[in-house]
Design a protein around this ligand. Structure first.
Ligand code: FMN
Length: 312
């Protein structure tokens, strides 16, 4: 059985990737999880400089999910390169760095620093965080902004570039297209959905930023639909994200058109989820007599309308 998949020039030993912001800088989990057993890890979003993020409370549980407004707290790209990357390299992790910026120049500069460092395998462009006001999602909510960030970053690196798209737009597939036209090697989707939770006793929002991003199983069917729509629109690989908690969920994204998947919130519930996900994928392949997991990509059967199991 072969779980390997390819994203541009990036060869992953399996399609299971730890999502940004839910796996620290990877090193925090290194004693719990064999980092080299994952397809890749995406580290927490990085700007040029360190950021404090928003004041607490920054997360709250919701039905089948959670709301967060961390505000992209981080140590800045240079400290990441000096202090975290060497250990990730030593642990043989495949490392994707989630790159943030308040300006297009900042995206390009952070990427340039990472491209010069040893041990970075790909760049995920975070143009979709709903929790910061300046830059970021403003590029990701504009087709020309998306194109401009991607095409500018394209000029500073040969590393695979993977813009991460926001679901907080009407037609996400057109943003996948703008990314492809800008020179992206793949797109990842989705980031979190803008949402709000209010404590009715105090009548106050439950997180300090008032609004935040919703993640977890609650968003999964919407994310699957978005991956499916993007698959019709672009040729580049898609990385599916949103509410994956087991192998069946991961397979749903792949059958809808994703080449690989990322898992975020589920890692907070169960940090030992990773070997179970991989074993679940293997068992499915065995049961369905499929040798290569990549043969499942985009194989949703739309001709089966008259089959009994659909009408029942
Ligand atoms: C606490 C938290 C922090 C996050 N931080 C980032 C981040 O720094 N950059 C990013 O692109 N996405 C970030 N995300 C979004 C996740 O990577 C993922 O896209 C989203 O949570 C949906 O996947 P999930 O339902 O599996 O969690 C964060 C999500 C959570 C819950």
């Amino acid at each position: 059985m072969d779980l390997s998949v390819t994203i541009g020039s990036l060869h992953l030993k399996n399609p299971v990737i730890a999502a940004s912001g839910c796996f620290g800088y990877g090193v925090e989990y290194a004693d719990l999880v064999d980092l080299s057993s994952l397809g890749a890890i995406v580290v927490k979003g990085l700007f040029l400089e360190a950021r404090e993020g928003h004041p607490a409370p920054r997360i709250v549980e919701t039905p089948a999910g959670m709301l967060n407004a961390i505000g992209l707290q981080g140590i800045g790209v240079r400290r990441f390169v000096d202090e975290k990357l060497p250990e990730l390299r030593a642990r043989h992790a495949t490392v994707i760095v989630n790159v943030c910026g308040t300006t297009i120049d900042e995206y390009a500069e952070v990427t340039r620093i990472l491209a010069d460092a040893d041990g970075v395998d790909a760049i995920e462009l975070n143009i979709s965080c709903p929790n910061i006001k300046e830059g970021g999602i403003q590029f990701g909510c504009s087709l020309s902004g998306t194109f401009d960030v991607v095409s500018r970053v394209r000029k500073v690196t040969r590393l695979p570039i993977i813009p991460k798209l926001t679901p907080n737009v009407t037609d996400v597939a057109s943003f996948a297209r703008a990314s492809e036209e800008g020179g992206a090697d793949a797109v990842s989707l989705v980031n979190t959905f803008l949402a709000m939770v209010i404590d009715v006793e105090s009548r106050r929002p439950k997180i300090s930023n008032v609004v935040g991003g919703l993640s977890g199983p609650a968003i999964r069917p919407i994310a699957v639909r978005m991956v499916y729509e993007c698959r019709q629109m672009v040729k580049i690989p898609i990385i599916g994200i949103g509410g994956i908690v087991d192998a069946r969920d991961a397979l749903e994204f792949m059958i809808a058109g994703a080449t690989a998947v990322q898992v975020g919130t589920a890692n907070f519930v169960d940090p030992f989820i990773w070997p179970k996900l991989l074993e679940g994928l293997r068992q499915y392949l065995q049961r369905h007599h499929v040798t290569h997991v990549r043969d499942l990509i985009g194989t949703v059967d739309l001709q089966a309308k008259d089959k009994e199991w659909i009408s029942s």
